[in-house]
Design a protein around this ligand. Sequence first.
Ligand code: FE2
Ligand code: FE2
Length: 148
Amino acid sequence: MSHDLDAFMRRHEHLTGDARIDTLHEEFYALLQALREAPREQAADALLALITHTREHFAHEDDEMTSGNYPIRECHIDEHAEVMTSLVQVHERLCQDDHSALPRLVQALEDWFPGHVQHLDSALAQWLVKRRHNAQPIMLRRHAASPG
Ligand SMILES: [Fe+2]
Ligand SMILES: [Fe+2]
């Protein structure tokens, strides 16, 4: 299924309820747009910027899932790894002046991102928000019980 990524972002359908994840996704979108619009001689740099940011983005989500023992993390982490592999492979080809795979990569990322956000990242964000919420009363009780 093909998605209109611009409309997805414009309608704020990317918002998950976790501010850090939402910011990472807005930055991802901006860097993907920059890659889409980059002239040929700047494409490798634009893709490298996207790779650097996506490493941070995926590492943040992977760390949250791993450190919090998130129950359905495996397919999510695997999907991140697959996307990173594709990004790096196309960057290697750009560095050899082979641009043939770039349009397909950009289209694949635009098709992939909304579904990933709505299915996997939203579920993770809801779980993070719920965990934060549940933790709050325990902290308050501890504070209230501590000697004064
Ligand atoms: Fe994400
Ligand atoms: Fe993700």
